[in-house]
Design a protein around this ligand. Sequence first.
Ligand SMILES: Cc1cc2nc3c(=O)[nH]c(=O)nc-3n(C[C@H](O)[C@H](O)[C@H](O)COP(=O)(O)OP(=O)(O)OC[C@H]3O[C@@H](n4cnc5c(N)ncnc54)[C@H](O)[C@@H]3O)c2cc1C
Length: 458
Amino acid sequence: METADVIVIGSGQGGVPLAADFAKTGSKVVLFERDALGGSCVNYGCTPSKAFLAAAHAAGRAQLAAKLGIHVQVEVDFPAVMERVRGIRDRFKQGTKQRLDGAGVKVVCAEASFIDQHTVTGGGVTVEAPIVVINTGTSALIPNIPGLAGTPYLTNRNFFDLQELPPRLLVIGGGYIGLELGQGLARLGSQTHLIVRGDRLLSQEEPDVSEILAQGFEQDGISLHFNVSAEQVAYADGVFTLTLSNGETLIGEALLVVIGRNPNTNALNIAAAGIELDHQGFIKINDQFGTTCSGVYAIGDVATQPAFTHVAWEDYRRLKTILGGEQRTRSDRVLGYAVYTEPQVGRVGMTVEQAQQQGLNARAVTMPMAHIARAIEWGHDLGFYRIVVDRDTDQILGATLVGDETAELVHVFLSLMEARATWKVLEQSVHIHPTYGGALPSLARLLIGDDMPSCPNL
Ligand SMILES: Cc1cc2nc3c(=O)[nH]c(=O)nc-3n(C[C@H](O)[C@H](O)[C@H](O)COP(=O)(O)OP(=O)(O)OC[C@H]3O[C@@H](n4cnc5c(N)ncnc54)[C@H](O)[C@@H]3O)c2cc1C
């Protein structure tokens, strides 16, 4: 058996920099990874999906340019699209390897499990260390639909291996991964059906967000099926037949299953370390990322946190300072996220309903795209900007931005909220005309009853 200073299980978005930083300062670090280095983000998540969407949205925008008087015949070279996606993924994966090797981390390419509280084994290597960090992430949740097992259905894991554009695509799931990948293939030419168990897309968002996304998807020719579930799958001669709970039957050459995520905790033999899981199998942690086993920490998706790369990355930064002896917690941070559909959704903080449920004296104001000069000039008419504030303190509590490139714009609110600024800072700011950001002071001015659109010419 070997000894080390730190063991990291999983090369996710927090585990890799943490391992590298410790190794660079002279600690002996062993990292176990059972699959591809870089975890979901690099291999099956953010990186390939966003590289894929770059192509898909280029095609979508070209088609929508007709309303600007530009008529384009879009020709999609699907193998070239996917080659580029895989090339970027491989480059990032290689970067992860170089980072770990360069820092002197010992990488064990094997599935790891606990033998006892501080001993981990995998691939014939057994290591004991006073600090163990679990960063094992999540995998696609597969529903128990009769006929599904054994068919070549897609998840986020094999989606980016596609070699040919499926003429017809069936997507089970109305969450952000299904929307991004479903809209992406639709924009590249697949006739797409989205099957949603509930009555709207992105059910965790406010209903008007779902409504606008549905309008965008219908513009792209995507068929939306609400309040139905998939009851039966059949596969023959390269074609899936999906029977829905309303009796309808849908046909497609590809079936994408994206109904949620499962924590990667099964293989860890977590009981040997006395680590408690929640009812869904995620690792319970305290405010300093500590599990119920002293000296064992968990970061990223597996640790009951919002499942985003920037969260896992920030977990690493905070855990590093905590292990360095500083007083730090994980809960005092402003978190946002984005959905890279078109229109995009940029979100930070609370909705007005969430704030009111917390007992805050909250109010929200909303500016539609029709009041934003840049949106009209650019022909982006779907969406709105909304800010949520505390009436008592003037603090900004949250924002929801739906429209063009709102994943970028939402950072204005992230920074204001991090600085604990009030909405009056935004109201006083002089932003550039005509930009999307230029509408934000006007949005804040709605709070003082000024209903002037973002541009006096409107
Ligand atoms: C299609 C898709 C798109 C996404 N897009 C975005 C986006 O745009 N923006 C964003 O912020 N987030 C996005 N995410 C989420 C993001 O990928 C994750 O939040 C991020 O990867 C952080 O995960 P992590 O570090 O917790 O673990 P992961 O990245 O999942 O890494 C965990 C690693 O642990 C390994 N592992 C598991 N068990 C063991 C074991 N027992 N032994 C050894 N190794 C093990 C796994 O093989 C894996 O490599 C997306 C996810 C998906 C699926």
